[in-house]
Ligand binder design. Structure first.
Ligand SMILES: [Fe+2]
Ligand SMILES: [Fe+2]
Length: 422
């Protein structure tokens, strides 16, 4: 197979500026999958919560809290921490740079006005108003998603509204929840394919879109995925190495940034893999391996309609393709595999070799370089592999210098597994 030497070029992969909330609205679909919720659950909670918030005439800052907390309220499910999925959700909110108000709202999502909620069992006005709004919105969303007929669901909700909701959210929020149920506009919006757009159009007051916000949101999403698959820092190493390789290959700055951002996101589809597979700290069976092989396509679909990401969804889909045609999911060959996935594949493989696995210790730098070089021309693009050594030299020194450690909350399942083995 003839290796392709990428030319010095802008590459065509430049990204559009976007806001954090724009991306959160789409990333929330990944958290829905991780919780086995129907896609759009987090957006539906956000839309209903915004309707209640509008009726309550809360301050704009409360609107920001409600949107962000609703979009992330189930994000902690994917990382399974000892502090429960709400504590995990607050940790995810922190990774996205959200403030203490958002974290408090997430932590109190399942508290109830009558004190019978969890985890703290607080009651009445001790519960933040944002959390009461989320609680009511969650109640409506759960009912909406169950029956096949949305109109029947609405009729059921209208009948149940004051009585069922008051114990959850108190009289003030309940009265506005009942008003929202009579609002045709909100009801219709819950089933539109553009629901994420509708949610963020309500306005988060977040300010102007920027490339920096896209990069930060992608990096946070990478942290969440790393926490879910038990390898903290992995996405940052892949992203920085892929970016350094793109730079060494002569790509311009805008394209190099896009490659870096893709590096954070390549394995986001793993959030949709069954928990017993991602949490298994041993070698996967053939069947489990097959299920994991769905992650490029799943990740690509999660990101496909998100704003600002340019060609990244297509690159994510192809990051396990191989020039010799033995990759997946498309078994593409040679130059059918775009150059960026070829870069991502090399960066991903090198970082995997440099990390501990249940069945082997991390390889040394020279061992990892030798193994990747051995795959040049078959598993990997030879020209891309040529850029690995200088890029790895630069990155390894930086990784040690920065000592970037993401404090991941303690995990239940891994600890249980370790106890069983002891
Ligand atoms: Fe939920
Ligand atoms: Fe992957």
């Amino acid at each position: 197979m003839r290796a392709t030497r990428p030319r010095r070029t802008a590459g065509g992969g430049e990204l559009e500026p976007a806001r954090r909330v724009d991306l959160l609205a789409y990333f929330s679909g990944a958290f829905d999958l991780a919780e086995s919720q129907p896609i759009g659950h987090a957006c539906r909670v956000a839309k209903i919560a915004l309707g209640i918030e509008r009726e309550l005439k809360l301050a704009p800052v409360a609107r920001r809290r409600v949107i962000n907390a609703a979009l992330l309220h189930d994000a902690g499910v994917s990382i399974r921490t000892t502090s429960g999925h709400l504590g995990g959700g607050a940790w995810v909110a922190e990774r996205f740079g959200l403030d203490a108000g958002v974290k408090s709202a997430i932590r109190a999502t399942h508290e109830r006005w009558d004190g019978k909620g969890r985890p703290a069992g607080i009651a009445g006005d001790a519960i933040p108003i944002d959390a009461l709004v989320l609680g009511a919105a969650h109640w409506a969303s759960d009912h909406v998603e169950e029956p096949a007929n949305p109109l029947r669901a609405r009729a059921q909700l209208q009948r149940a509204c004051p009585d069922e909701v008051e114990a959850i959210a108190g009289p003030r929020v309940t009265s506005e929840m009942c008003a929202v149920l009579r609002d045709d506009g909100i009801w219709i919006a819950l089933w539109t394919a553009e629901l994420p757009v509708v949610v963020v159009a309500a306005g988060s007051g977040e300010g102007r879109p920027s490339h920096r916000k896209v990069e930060r949101a992608a990096a946070a999403m990478g942290d969440v995925n790393d926490a879910a698959v038990r390898e903290p820092g992995r996405s940052h190493r892949v992203a920085s190495l892929a970016g350094a390789m793109a730079s060494a290959l002569g790509f311009l700055a805008g394209y190099t940034r896009a490659v870096t951002i893709a590096g954070y996101l390549i394995d986001v589809g793993q959030l949709g893999a069954p928990r017993h597979i991602t949490e298994q700290p041993s070698i996967l069976s053939v069947d489990e391996m097959e299920q994991m092989r769905r992650h490029p396509g799943l990740g690509s679909r999660m990101l496909a309609t998100a704003p600002g990401l340019g060609e990244i969804p297509a690159w994510v889909e192809a990051h396990h393709e191989r020039p010799d045609g033995r990759g997946y999911p498309g078994m593409l060959t040679g130059e059918e595999v775009p150059v960026t996935p070829r870069i991502l594949a090399v960066a991903d493989a090198y970082c995997a070799l440099r990390a501990d696995r249940p069945y082997r210790s991390a390889l040394s730098r020279s061992e990892a370089l030798s193994l990747v070089r051995a795959g040049a021309g078959g598993q990997f693009d030879a020209a891309v592999v040529g850029a690995l050594t200088p890029a790895a030299d630069a990155c390894e020194a930086r990784w040690v210098r920065e000592r970037r450690v993401v404090q991941v909350p303690r995990r239940q399942v891994v600890q249980k597994w370790l106890r069983r083995r002891a």
